[in-house]
Ligand binder design. Structure first.
Ligand code: C2E
Ligand code: MG
Ligand code: MG
Length: 331
């Protein structure tokens, strides 16, 4: 197969990925036919892994691979009815102004608790929601809940500058996205300026009409922030033209603040500020990280050092504590 093949005067070079599964056949014909079916499906699983390793190689089937496939299937089945069964909820993590230590914003983070599977991490279920198309209705649920929660806080006297909501590339490229968002803002009566959308560099770089969507969001008055900044490939010249408000430095840089790490973080802070973006550091866990970021004049911070993500009600308590608000001022 390593030789090119001629097809209608064109030379095609192919590569081969092979999946292998082995077992011992026995006397029982019926048993064997079932076993062969299983073998073929396990060989297929192994081939999928060979391809995932870059292809042009072979891979033996392992119990781990089978577990992965079964878990994938089970999660998919359970996710399909999760919204209707009210299995999703939202927690909020404070974003703190590093100058005065006030809570100025929160990030809404989706949680999924299922009876069979327990609590599943967003890192595991969000890609699946994207794969089966459910990220659109679930994403709307997150937006609606976060906007309604923000409105409730405002009515209770908890004044935050923004509630940030993560948006997946699938939502961002949906042609109805901006209109749906407008409807949600109307329905919840939240002013657009209080909502910030978090998108990754990849979302902006890989989606054809992303610039148009960003402009439409800017017109609507919604803020946009680039999440996990530093892990993608956006160039300076590109970044400069983008209608965005905030850069969130990825937590991998904050957890790695050795000499080189400091240079990277400094560069991002200075570049972001020169381009007039607000700069936020994610994943602050230690006092010395906070101290360093404050020294470098990073605007805001988020991380376990301040608080883990908590329920909407607990945000009110943290707000009282951090912002030095008297309890009786709140309604
Ligand atoms: P993200 O948007 O970058 O969110 C930050 C993640 O870092 C959250 O994980 C948060 O709990 C975690 N984190 C915050 N502070 C610290 C810290 O000090 N140390 C460490 N080790 N971690 C910290 P979480 O909630 O598990 O969410 C993971 C990712 O899932 C999010 O990363 C985001 O990409 C995605 N996600 C969560 N909710 C949504 C959602 O509603 N929609 C979409 N599309 N994606 C979401
Ligand atoms: Mg985020
Ligand atoms: Mg992030």
């Amino acid at each position: 197969m390593s030789y090119p093949i001629q097809v209608r005067n064109k030379e095609l070079s192919l590569s081969v990925s092979i999946g292998i599964s082995t077992n011992v056949l026995c006397e029982d014909i019926e048993f064997n036919s079932k076993l062969i079916e299983t073998l073929i499906s396990q060989a297929d699983t192994a081939m999928y892994h060979a391809k995932k390793q870059g292809g042009n190689t072979f891979c033996f089937n392992t119990p781990d691979q089978n577990f992965e496939i079964e878990r994938h299937y089970q999660l998919e089945q359970e996710l399909k009815g999760a919204l209707e069964r009210n299995e999703f909820s939202i927690v909020y993590q404070p974003l703190v102004n590093l100058g005065n230590k006030n809570i100025v914003a929160v990030e809404a983070l989706l949680r999924w608790h299922n009876k069979e599977l327990g609590t599943v991490s967003p890192f595991e279920f969000i890609p699946l929601l994207e794969e089966i198309g459910l990220i659109i209705p679930v994403g709307k649920y997150v937006l609606r809940s976060a906007c309604a929660q923000m409105k409730n806080w405002q009515e209770a006297g908890v004044f935050l500058e923004r509630v940030a909501v993560n948006v997946s590339p699938i939502q961002f490229k949906n042609p109805h996205f901006v209109k749906d968002l407008q409807d949600i803002l109307e329905e919840t009566q939240l002013e657009a300026a209080y909502l910030e959308l978090e998108v990754t560099e990849g979302t902006i770089l890989n989606i054809k009409d992303s610039f148009k969507t960003l402009l439409a969001l800017q017109n609507l008055g919604v803020k946009v922030s680039i999440d996990d900044f530093g892990t993608g490939y956006s160039s300076l010249s590109y970044l400069k033209q983008l209608p965005i408000d905030t850069l969130k430095i990825d937590k991998s840089f904050i957890s790695d603040l050795d000499a080189d790490g400091k240079i990277i973080v400094n560069t991002i802070i200075n570049m972001g500020k020169n381009l007039k973006f607000k700069v936020i550091a994610e994943g602050i866990e230690l006092e010395e990280q906070l101290k360093y970021l404050k020294q470098q004049k990073c605007n805001e911070g988020q991380g376990y050092f301040f608080s883990k993500p908590v329920s909407g009600n607990m945000i009110t308590d943290l707000y009282i504590q951090y912002n030095g608000i008297e309890q009786h001022v709140l309604k």
